[in-house]
Write a protein that binds this ligand. Structure first.
Ligand code: GLY
Ligand code: MN
Ligand code: MN
Length: 446
């Protein structure tokens, strides 16, 4: 049997991560890097822990996402050392020593006690530590998470390796399975809670393994951007279904949103129209493009669409200028995606900590960088009917440019968001989400 593609790609990935680290360490005058996986914090006045979320810098090197207290030691030019936490613990099941193909490229050493870690960096010179402060307790404070080093690593991380792209493809495939199952639950009249549970079952992930809390929203709930409550009972009428739900593969995140109408009609047509806008915006994910321009393009396109659909009276450019598009689309068009759902480095202008400002009046945009091949972003336009924003617009001069009868007709549907994960390439953009959707359809048919 041949090796899995992902194992073949990992070797090159490890080289790239090491080369980036070596460059950053040299520029910041460090001799070695120590990366702590972190540990799950305990709850206040309790002996229970919060779910463990590994330090993203740790999982950038090795696909270990579930073993707190582990530590990486990297000295440029040497093999990576993984100090793999394996306590004698009869309360819990310690993690098994990994044996997958990637372990052939690194030294994985069992570590029964975290106190044993420090011996591995004695005498290595000037060391930078990356991890939660509590995990780096004995390290000199100035050597823990040095900002100049982090800036360099975060900036480089936006460009994905071939291995990372494959991980992201597989995360998208898992997410697509979950989305299909949740949609089927919605269609048969299940509650938000049950749609969410069907999602988890289909992508075979526990809630704590997901990259973010699923947003599973029916009807007016779809107007709450990060709706977090899951109604246990189905509503009397299932008019609309917005689901923003991802999945992880080897620590890499998918971030996918779809909106479905319960019945044909004006809202269903609005979904179709926004879908066309979304696909046009995905086509704008090209090298050399300033992501701020894609965000502003989204506002203009959504403004035109709202006018065409009879919700507003101005064209997109005028509606953007007058602050009307922001009433219906009050978040950024997208963000970097990778080891974290909102990956770091989105507003960096360079590796030295320079920043690229957000456009005036757009404080929620998380990505202002120029795109280049290998950068992965989300494209997630939305149209929402949010009471507080509508009331504010109605009370000022924007109110005259909005058709309030149309708003009242659409308000019970909450809103629409359509979100794909897209790779900038030297050719056509790669749409991880739509590809995954097609592949899961094909595998269902097979
Ligand atoms: N799921 C969070 C987001 O779309 O950014
Ligand atoms: Mn997103
Ligand atoms: Mn999302």
């Amino acid at each position: 049997m041949g090796e899995d593609l992902i194992d073949q790609l990992y070797a090159q990935h490890l080289e790239t991560v090491a080369a980036r680290a070596e460059r950053a360490l040299a520029a910041c005058r460090y001799d070695a890097l120590v990366v702590h996986a972190g540990a799950a914090p305990t709850l206040f006045l309790d002996d229970q822990h919060q779910p463990f979320k590994v330090n993203p810098h740790f999982k950038a090197w090795v696909p270990i996402v579930d073993n707190p207290h582990s530590v990486l030691v990297y000295v440029p030019g040497r093999r990576l050392k993984v100090l793999f936490f394996q306590p004698a613990d009869y309360w819990h099941k310690p993690a098994s020593l990994p044996t997958a193909a990637w372990t052939r490229l690194v030294d994985v050493l069992p570590m029964p006690d975290p106190k044993q870690a420090a011996a591995h960096w004695q005498g290595l010179g000037r060391i930078a530590f990356i991890g939660p402060n509590a995990a780096c307790g004995d390290a000199p404070a100035e050597a823990v998470n040095p900002p100049d080093l982090l800036d360099r690593l975060h900036f480089d991380r936006a460009v994905k390796t071939a291995y990372e792209l494959e991980c992201l493809r597989r995360a998208s495939a898992l997410g697509a399975l979950g989305h299909r199952a949740a949609l089927a639950a919605f269609r048969r009249g299940a509650s938000e809670f049950e749609a969410h549970m069907q999602y988890l079952l289909a992508c075979r992930q526990r809630e704590e393994e997901l990259p973010y809390n699923n947003i599973v929203a029916y009807n007016e709930h779809a107007a709450v951007l990060h709706y977090q409550r899951l109604e246990r009972r189905p509503p009397d009428a299932c008019r609309s279904f917005l689901i923003d739900a991802g999945a992880e593969y080897r620590g890499y995140a998918a971030d996918i949103t779809r909106t479905h109408a319960g019945t044909p009609g004006r809202f269903a047509e609005l979904i179709e129209a926004l879908d066309a806008v979304q696909r046009a915006l995905c086509d704008e994910v090209t090298p050399g493009r300033d992501f701020r321009d894609i965000h502003l393009s989204a506002h203009r396109r959504i403004g035109d669409l709202l006018q065409r659909c009879g919700v507003t009276r101005l064209d997109g450019a005028a509606a953007l200028e007058r602050g009307i598009t922001g009433v219906f689309f009050p978040h950024g068009i997208g963000h970097l995606l990778g080891l974290q759902v909102h990956d770091v480095g989105g507003i960096q202008g360079d590796a030295q900590g320079g920043q690229r400002p957000r456009p005036a009046g757009h404080p929620y945009l998380r990505l202002t960088r120029m795109l280049e091949p290998g950068v992965v972003v989300t494209i997630e336009p939305g149209i929402y009917f949010i009471d507080s924003l509508l009331a504010a617009a109605r009370a000022d001069e924007r109110g005259a440019e909005i058709d309030w009868r149309a708003v009242e007709e659409l308000r019970p549907f909450g809103g629409i968001r359509i979100e794909d994960n897209v790779v900038a390439t030297t050719g056509a953009p790669e749409n991880l989400t739509r590809d995954a959707w097609r592949l899961t359809a094909a595998s269902k048919a097979a």
